[in-house]
Design a protein around this ligand. Structure first.
Ligand code: AKG
Length: 231
């Protein structure tokens, strides 16, 4: 797994967590979506896509759960030890018929307002994002899609794809992805519920709209940093 991650900048994990462990996560996820729980970071990414920042601040389940513990184990493998520590977590929800794509981008671009300039470098595996599927997900419902290898290169140029450039929840996209990325190499990662992907902060990725009329796409996203290197 760590070898695949180092080669491609991402890895697909068929099963991060047992199906039984998903129920409590889905329960609290749905309560947050229905706004039965007030979360300060409940907002729309780019004014379009429901994004709830830091559910761990309001939910015991998101504070500590089996998926998080498994992600920390995987991160330990990638960090070769270290002390994987949660930087932040979030929920990104695409309900049935959600028409919006999350454009091609590299997470590192979000490190400055409105975006980090092209050419920045990241150390590759110091920061990891786990994208955990709480529903079966495929290309129809908006699974994660990556371009392998590119994460070793400097950051590509980004722009504000949607939303107010002065707002934290602006939506960023790689400028002219057809020209700047070898999109023919893109790898879609369908997953069963309980599966996950993990990627580096410089790895280009994309999710499509949810074209299904009936199936929801609930993603639980955890960002881990090597706390031992930060200390
Ligand atoms: O869940 C999504 O649609 C996109 C997630 C993503 O790209 C991210 O969090 O960086």
């Amino acid at each position: 797994m760590a070898d695949a991650f180092l080669e491609q900048g991402f890895a697909r994990i068929e099963r991060l967590v047992a199906t039984a462990a998903l129920e409590e996560l889905r329960h609290d996820y749905d309560a947050i979506l229905r706004r039965e729980v007030d979360v300060p970071g409940d907002r729309y990414l780019g004014g379009l896509i429901r994004q709830v920042m830091n559910p761990h601040q309001v939910s015991e389940v998101f504070r500590d759960n089996a998926a998080l513990r498994s992600a920390i184990e995987v991160a330990r493998e990638i960090f070769e030890g270290g002390k994987p520590t949660r930087l932040f977590d979030m929920l990104i929800y695409k309900g049935p018929g959600c028409p919006d794509e999350t454009p091609w981008h590299q997470d590192l671009s979000y490190a400055a307002m409105p975006f980090l300039g092209a050419g920045a470098r990241s150390s590759g595996r110091a920061l990891l994002q786990f994208w955990i599927a709480l529903d079966d997900v495929d290309e129809e419902t908006g699974c994660m899609t990556f371009v392998p290898g590119v994460y070793r290169d400097p950051l590509l140029p980004h722009h504000v794809a949607a939303g107010d450039p002065a707002e934290e929840h602006r939506l960023l996209g790689i400028t002219d992805p057809e020209r700047n990325l070898p999109l023919r190499d893109a790898v879609a990662c369908p997953l069963p519920a309980g599966g996950a992907t993990v990627h580096a902060y410089n790895t280009p990725h994309y999710t499509g709209p949810n074209r299904s009329r009936t199936r929801a796409r609930r993603a639980y996203i955890v960002n881990l940093v090597d706390g031992a290197k930060r200390a």
